[in-house]
Design a protein around this ligand. Sequence first.
Ligand code: KG4
Ligand code: ZN
Length: 339
Amino acid sequence: MKVLGIESSCDETGIAVYDSDSGQIWQRLYSQVAKHREYGGVVPELASRDHVVKAAPMLGEILDEIGGIDAIDAIAYTRGPGLIGALMVGANLAHGLAWALDKPLLGVHHMEGHLLAPMLADEQPELPFVALLVSGGHTLLVDVRMLGDYRILGESLDDAVGEAFDKTAKLMDLPYPGGPELAALADSVTQSRFEFPRPMTKRPGLDFSFSGLKTAALNIVKQHAPLDDRLRAEIAFAFQQAVVDTLCIKCKRALEETGYRNLVVAGGVGANRRLRQVLDKLGQVQGTRIHFPALEYCTDNGAMIAYAGALRLLHGQVDDPACDVLARWSLETLPVIPA
Ligand code: KG4
Ligand code: ZN
C-alpha cells in the first residue's frame, strides 16, 4: 500500500509517500525557518500561508517520481496537535485529494508520528517500551504497551524541552531556531564555570519543568553582560548538560518503574548529540536498548506521518470525512493498532 503523508503542524512542510510493501520512501521537506527568523519565532499566519504556497508543488514533484496520482492508495495527514491554521492547510489538501480520488483518509497524531519514526529504520523496538518524546511543543515520557496503547508517565509542567532550548538561545542572541545553535555552541567547549539545577529530580515522579533553567540562564546573562564567545559557550554547555542529565535521570526512573528494557527517543531534541551519547551510555550500563530515529526523521517530516498512517490504514482505520483538526489532542485517546 502506498500512503501519502502530509505534515504541516508548525513551520515545516513535509510531503512523503511510504510504500508498506517495499519500505521505500519518497519525500520532500521544506523548512520555513528563514521566513520566521526575523521575528525570533514562528508567526502562525505566515506559517499557514507558506504551507499553502509550498505543499501542492512539492506533492506534484513526488507524484512525478511515483508514476502519478493513481499510484496512491491512501492518504494520511497531521490532524494535530499543532498550530490550527497550519494544520488546516495540510488537512484541506488531504481531504480534497481523498474526496477526488475516492481513497481512504486518516488524520494522524503528530506525536505518534514522532514516536514511530525510529521504526523507519530496519530495527524495530521490542514492545513494550518507554518513549521519550522531546520536541518544540512537547516533553513526554510514554508507556507504550502496544502500538497505539499509550499511557503518559510524565510531561513538562511548563516549557517543552525544545522550547527551553530555543528561549535560552534567544536570550543569548543566537538566531532562531536556537536549539541546534545552542547545542553546537555547547559542544564547542568541554567544561563550564557554571552549574545549573536538575529540576524536579530530587523528588519522586516523572514530570519535568524546564522554565527555571531558562531563568537561571537569564540571571547569568544579566550578571555577565556583555557576553563574549567563551562565556556564551560555557552557559550553553551548562544548560545543555542540565537538560540532558535531567532527561536521563527521568528515563532511568521510568525504565525502573515499568521494568521495560527498551527506550525509544524521538522528536526534534532527539537530534541532540550529547543527549544521544548520554542515553547510549545509560543503555550500556543498564542493559537497555536505546532506539533513536535517523537524524533526518527527528525533526518534523512527512515520512513519519505516512508511516504512522500506513500502520493504521492497513488495519482499516479511517476517518469520517467531517472530522476537524485539533490544536490539542491527547495521545492516550488513540485507538490501539492491532499487532
Ligand atoms: O519535533 P520538532 O521538529 O518540532 C516540533 O514538533 O516541535 O522539534 C523542534 C525542536 C525545536 O525546539 C528545536 O530547537 C529542537 O527541536 N532541536 C534541538 C536540536 N535540533 C532540534 N534541540 C537541541 N539540540 C538539537 N540538536
Ligand atoms: Zn514535531
